[in-house]
Design a protein around this ligand. Structure first.
Ligand SMILES: Cc1cc2nc3c(=O)[nH]c(=O)nc-3n(C[C@H](O)[C@H](O)[C@H](O)COP(=O)(O)OP(=O)(O)OC[C@H]3O[C@@H](n4cnc5c(N)ncnc54)[C@H](O)[C@@H]3O)c2cc1C
Length: 322
């Protein structure tokens, strides 16, 4: 017997009848990804934590895979869409509240908004995310970082819900944060408590302006893309001890700026950004990832690991061939 998928109208209707938010069927995922890539799927737009719990529990009990989505700024979704249920956190799960130096930030809040609002109240810590166009939940799951900081530095606890629909508050000490990873797999981040530090307003304003200008000048914001495609390799490349170190430097040194596969292109502006030049497919981006990895490996002996999450039809994470 065929396995039930989230595309099944009966399943979608059942979820719709049990939650307050919306369930959209055959929704083009390209709308939910900064790459503007991805075919149709059943998308839940929860408005409460209970909605999230109900949707993932119903999926789990029906044997339907599910998948949490934020602002889609670090993800490559499949051209044929997903059989998995997409639980897309946004409005309704976007609270921002202050209690002394502690702030509660909802997973659905865009990180740049969290950055600006906390900074406007005179607090530093989240201000570094002013140019990182993801959600709070995606940022925590990815342990997104920039300007020398990351989410791990400010998080005190994370409220999550598991596939059985049970919520839990996980203290920072139990979140195994590492570089661009939280270890919170199999759970949906609902919100977090972060501890910020007071900072003089004029210094915060200056830093935000500087960071934003730095971003604008080095990021292809005018083209669909997903941020860094590869993580920076942990160790130095083998061939040139004093040579390129970061993923972007390695790709650029391999002469790949502007290199294309289909309609996907290594950005001429920043080599670790791949852009959709118009009508690119997930297959184009994956092909470009493979070709860039091969060339960098050949030239420098460095094996680039994707930072972007490449998603399969069942919502599973795909790996790249060595
Ligand atoms: C122009 C540009 C610049 C960028 N610059 C940076 C940068 O400087 N530093 C950096 O680290 N990243 C950067 N990124 C990448 C991206 O913005 C971050 O990784 C961001 O935190 C991802 O959040 P998201 O909401 O878009 O996640 P998504 O892309 O929606 O999802 C990414 C992963 O997080 C999971 N996820 C999303 N929401 C939740 C949730 N609530 N609970 C559990 N799991 C969840 C998804 O399942 C997926 O595995 C950049 C991206 C762009 C487009």
């Amino acid at each position: 017997m065929d396995r039930l998928t989230a595309r099944d109208p009966g399943f979608a209707a059942a979820v719709r009848s049990r939650i307050r938010g919306e369930v959209r069927e055959a929704e083009p995922l390209a709308r939910y990804s900064t790459y503007r890539i991805g075919g149709p799927a059943t998308v839940v737009l929860p408005t409460t934590a209970e909605d999230v719990a109900t949707a993932v529990r119903m999926a789990h009990e029906a044997g339907v895979p599910w998948f949490a989505l934020g602002l889609g700024s670090n993800i490559l979704l499949p051209d044929d869409g997903l059989d998995a249920l997409v639980v897309r956190l946004g409005k309704g799960l976007d609270r921002l509240e202050r209690d002394g130096d502690r702030w509660i930030v909802g997973a659905g809040l865009p990180a740049p908004l969290a950055a600006r609002r906390t900074a406007a109240a005179g607090f530093a810590g989240l201000h570094i995310f002013v140019g990182v166009p993801g959600s709070v939940g995606g940022g925590i799951y990815m342990n997104a970082g920039c300007h020398g900081g990351d989410w791990a530095e400010v998080v005190e606890s994370v409220t999550v819900v598991d596939q059985a629909g049970q919520d839990a508050v996980v203290p920072r000490s139990e979140v195994p944060f590492t570089y661009r990873r939280s270890g919170l797999d199999g759970r949906v981040v609902l919100e977090a408590t972060v501890r910020l530090r007071r900072e003089e307003q004029h210094r915060l304003d200056e830093q935000i302006t500087e960071m934003f200008e730095w971003r604008q000048s080095g990021t292809p914001f005018n083209q669909p893309c997903c941020g860094s495609v590869f993580k920076n390799p942990a160790g130095p490349s083998r061939k040139r001890e004093d040579g390129p170190r970061t993923a972007g430097q390695l790709i650029e040194a391999a002469g790949l700026k502007g290199f294309r596969h289909g309609a996907a292109e290594v950005s001429p502006m920043h080599a670790n950004y791949f852009v959709n030049t118009g009508g690119a497919t997930a297959a184009d981006v994956r092909g470009l990832i493979d070709r860039v990895r091969q060339k960098v490996k050949r030239e420098f002996g460095a094996l680039l690991e994707p930072e972007v999450k490449i998603i399969g039809a069942g919502g599973e994470y795909l790996t790249v061939s060595p």
